[in-house]
Design a protein around this ligand. Sequence first.
Ligand SMILES: Nc1nc2c(ncn2[C@@H]2O[C@H](COP(=O)(O)OP(=O)(O)O)[C@@H](O)[C@H]2O)c(=O)[nH]1
Ligand SMILES: [Mg+2]
Length: 682
Amino acid sequence: MSEYNAEDVRNVALVGHAGAGKTTLVEALLAAAGAIKEPGSVDKGTAVCDWDDMEKELKHSLDVGITGFTTHGKHINLLDTPGYPDFLGRALSVLSAVETTAIVVNAENGIEPLTQRMWKAADKRNHCRMFIINRIDADGLDLDTLTAQIREAFGAECLPINLPADGGQRVIDCFFNPSGDGADFSSVEEAHSQIIDQVVEVDEDLMERYLEQGQALKPEQLHDAFEEALREAHLVPICFCSGETGAGIPELLEILVRLMPNPAEGNPPPFMKGEGAEQQPVSVVPEPDKHAVAHVFKVINDPFRGKISLFRIHQGRITTNGQLYIGDARKPFKVNHLYRVHGADLIEVDEGVPGDILAVTRVDDIHFDAVLHDSHDEDHYHLTSIECPLPLFGLAVNVAKRGDEQKLTDALHKLESEDPCFHVEHNAAANETVMRGLGELHLKVLMRRLSEQFHVDIETKPPSIPYRETITNKAEGHHRHKKQTGGAGQFGEVYLRIEPRGQGEGFEFADETVGGCIPNQFIPSIEKGVRQVLEEGAIAGYPMQDVRVAVYDGKSHPVDSKDIAFATAGKKAFLDAVEKAKPAVLEPIVKIRITASDNHMGDLAGDLSSRRGRIQGSESKSRGRIVIDGEVPLAELEGYESRLKSITGGEGSYTIELSHYEAVPANIQKQLADAFQRTSDE
Ligand SMILES: Nc1nc2c(ncn2[C@@H]2O[C@H](COP(=O)(O)OP(=O)(O)O)[C@@H](O)[C@H]2O)c(=O)[nH]1
Ligand SMILES: [Mg+2]
């Protein structure tokens, strides 16, 4: 039996930029709730959620850390996430397991890139949100201004629910028991009435009692309206604390216990049934007596414990010895053991209720994002997925020792299954395997796992750039394929027109022949020939995109015309047309955002323009920081990480995302075409 019910569960993801103090906060909360004797430390390698060897060594979270504790009859699960943009995929994927996203802000640094990114993600997911301003023990803070900045960036619905006092040494509650003075800014009274005003706006009866009858409302009377305000993001509480000194930690705990939503109070999870245009939203509710429905938000391939699959129960109960289906599978697996997660430890339990976050081990068929359920009624269910950024940092990998190829493939496959932002692709044109991630650190960490956990030694090199080909003019092409050698001959003749389409519009093929000059059955053969060129490229060996091809005339032969003859004629007629249609090689252009100290602005701008980049804007941040936005060809970013570190003395960082494709300069197009000529002549 579970020691608590669904309504007692609180699931909270701690998100925000690296260094904000999320992992330290988990320690402080665990200690305040009595779940651990004393808080551990990230710096000493004793924190519950930074348990991995590499995390201890780097003193930073690289992956999600999960723990839970029971206090005041409530069970609180904390999902600690990494704050480096490199590990964004891992941070984003836990959002499907919680109702509440708590965005932790470093009081000294203020709003940082990941603060904004995670706010957007929580907003998309319709999460109840709160801000935790941490590290209020630091000297020389201006928390009044920071609060104003947060309200300006994220809306006036963000309101302090407690206030720092005595220069951040303690925190005064402004909601449950608002009394006392000495707040470092604003006043308890003002903060209290701002919150109440905001909450009563979602409930007319309450509003009337409060505004017209002047009734003082107790926290209990406000509870339902408070939850509604959270659900609608009509209220986003801001609270203050220091994970280091413990100031504000009991207050934060009280907010989690008494105010943050239980599974029924949060917005319902976006479950869908069916695929594509056919899919329909379905209701999944946190009631224990319904069919079980759980969602796998993370899998870990552990060298000792095998595959660990972490899931959140959204409906029904899951018990040991029960059976669960994975997605649409016909055969269930038996739940031999169920575990709760506490950092590195798996603690055996015999039952999970709605809202619970649990794990099973060694069920190899479970994959990331799978839905587990105990009745075929819930076949074809899936949870709307979280949008992850496209991984653009690539490295071509090869085994260092011949014979290890299969080992490498298997290991890469496992890593890919754990991380939504890590992709492995095979580039047939260049015959290379390319791994792609969100940043150099991301790939570095995964490479270490390849060697330490999977014992594969690899060699890496920069990957070929994913160029594309297209045409820029209309043209016509013709080919007559005729072969007469001994026995049966081959004959097919094709005339076609091609024209460019808009970027992203794709390929279109049309049959505009009249009078049956080409028998119907050969039209698909011609398309097959054209598609072969699209895949292999016409001028430089890269896939061709955004073209319209219309076959308008041709000839056939009653005996010698066959599939192969028209495929060849189609291919060559298309190549003939491309040659006259001003073909172009396109390259990926990325949006780049660089964060650094503002005295490096000049050097960074100069370096970017030497890489054919352009700066589109910059914004000054507090403490002499600057954020620079620009565009640059992906091909020019080779080695950028180390260049940036050397310009900024190690402190600068950057992120990229795909913007669009653009024609390469003529000299580069010539180089690429010449290289293609050479390899195809070999
Ligand atoms: N002064 C101070 N330092 C803190 C506080 N919280 C965390 N730190 C330190 O900040 C660094 C980063 O903390 P960590 O918990 O790893 O941040 P995370 O990246 O958000 O998980 C560590 O050196 C912590 O000891 C705080 O409230 N005050
Ligand atoms: Mg951390």
